[in-house]
Design a protein around this ligand. Structure first.
Ligand code: SF4
Length: 328
C-alpha cells in the first residue's frame, strides 16, 4: 500500500540513493503542480517527502510546502529555513561532512571512497544521528572486492562493538539494521512510495526520472531513445503496469532471502538485469556481506549481555542467493 509521496522540487534536487542526479539545469516545479501534488498526497493519505535543491526557495514556495506535514531531504549544510523540522528529515552528503544538523545522514560514496575514507567515516559512528551509507557504484563491485569489503566491515564492527560496550546504540544501516529486523524492510519504490517530478508526472523513483531526461537507460541497453518512464500523472492518476511485479511475492530470489536490510533497488535491477524485480549479482553479494557482518556483530554484542533475543540470523555459506536457488 502506498504510504509516501516523494516530491522532487527541482530537476537539481539532491540525489539521496544509489543513482546520481545528472541534471544540472534548474527546473523548479511549477507552484500549481506542487499544489496539485499535495492535494493528491492528501487524498491518498500519503506522507510527503520533499527533496530540495541546493538553492533557497522563495517564501511563496515555502508557504505551499509547509501547508502539509512533511519530511525534508536536503543537501548537507543546506537545511531549508522553513521554521519546521521533523525528526525524520534527512541530510545528504557526497563526502564526509564536518557537521550534521539532522538526525539522519545519508552518505553517498563510491566503493573505493569507502575504503580510502574508512577512518574518517568511522568518526561519525558515535554521534547522535543515524548514518546511512549508500554506495553509488554498486554496478562496479566485483568478486575481487569481496574480501576488501568484508575486512572493512570487520574493522567497523570492532568500533561499533566498543560503542555498544560504552552503552551507546550506534545506527549504521549496513551493519546495525539487519540485527533489528525479522522481515524484509526494503526501499519498496512503486509499492509503498512513488515520486512526483517537476513535470507533473509520477515515476517509480527519482532515478527513473533522471534516466528519462537523459536517456541513460536507453543508451546503456541500445534501446531506441524514446522511453517514457512515467507511471501516471497528476491529471489521470497513477498507472503502474503490472504493479504486482514490483512486489516481494513475485521476486523468487528475494522472497527466499533473509538479507532483510537489502534495499532491493529496482532501478539497479533494471539497469543490471533489465528486469525490475530480478536482482543483480552485485547487489546480492554486497547485501549478504552486510548481513553476515551484522550477524557477527550481533553475536559479539551477545557476549556482553542479552540483545534482541528474538532475532536469529543463521549461518549461510553463499553470498548470492542465485547460487543456491535449487534449495528454495
Ligand atoms: S540480497 Fe539479493 S535476493 Fe536478497 S533481498 Fe537483496 S536483492 Fe533480493
Amino acid at each position: 500500500m502506498l504510504q509516501y509521496l516523494v516530491i522532487l522540487l527541482d530537476d537539481t534536487s539532491v540525489a539521496y540513493c544509489h543513482a546520481d542526479n545528472p541534471l544540472k539545469k534548474r527546473n523548479l516545479i511549477p507552484i500549481e503542480t506542487l499544489r496539485k501534488g499535495i492535494v493528491f498526497g492528501m487524498k491518498q493519505n500519503l506522507m510527503i517527502q520533499y527533496v530540495f535543491p541546493d538553492y533557497e526557495l522563495s517564501k511563496k514556495y515555502i508557504d505551499v510546502i509547509e501547508s502539509i506535514d512533511n519530511v525534508k531531504v536536503f543537501p548537507v549544510n543546506k537545511k531549508p529555513d522553513t521554521g519546521f523540522d521533523n525528526e525524520s528529515d534527512v541530510e545528504v552528503a557526497n563526502s564526509v561532512p564536518e557537521k550534521v544538523k539532522s538526525k539522519n545522514l545519508v552518505l553517498r560514496l563510491k566503493f573505493s571512497e569507502l575504503l580510502s575514507k574508512k577512518n574518517e567515516i568511522s568518526k561519525l559512528f558515535g554521534n547522535d544521528f543515524r548514518l546511512n551509507i549508500c554506495i553509488t557504484d554498486v554496478d562496479r563491485f566485483t568478486d575481487e572486492d569481496i574480501e576488501k569489503y568484508q575486512e572493512l566491515l570487520k574493522d567497523w564492527n570492532a568500533i561499533l562493538l566498543g560503542l555498544y560496550k560504552e552503552g551507546k546504540t550506534p545506527q549504521l544501516n549496513i551493519l546495525t539494521d539487519r540485527m533489528m529486523l525479522d522481515k524484509m524492510h526494503n526501499c519498496d519504490a512503486g509499492v509503498n512510495n512513488i515520486t512526483l517530478a517537476p513535470n507533473g508526472k509520477f515515476y517509480l523513483c527519482p532515478a527513473f526520472y533522471y534516466d528519462e531526461k537523459t536517456n541513460v537507460f536507453n543508451q546503456l541497453n541500445h534501446h531506441k531513445p524514446s522511453s517514457d518512464n512515467s507511471v501516471g500523472d497528476l491529471e489521470n492518476g497513477l498507472n503502474i503496469p503490472n504493479p504486482q511485479l514490483l512486489k516481494l511475492d513475485y521476486a523468487p530470489l528475494c522472497r527466499n532471502c533473509d538479507a532483510y536490510q537489502c534495499r532491493r533497488c529496482i532501478w539497479l535491477n533494471r539497469k543490471l538485469t533489465l528486469d525490475n524485480n530480478t536482482p543483480s549479482h552485485q547487489q546480492c553479494v554486497m547485501s549478504n556481506i552486510d548481513r553476515n557482518a551484522s550477524r557477527d556483530l550481533l553475536n559479539k554484542i551477545r557476549e556482553i549481555g542479552e540483545f534482541m533475543p528474538e532475532i536469529n540470523i543463521k549461518e549461510i555459506d553463499y553470498l548470492d542467493p542465485f547460487d543456491v536457488r535449487k534449495e528454495f
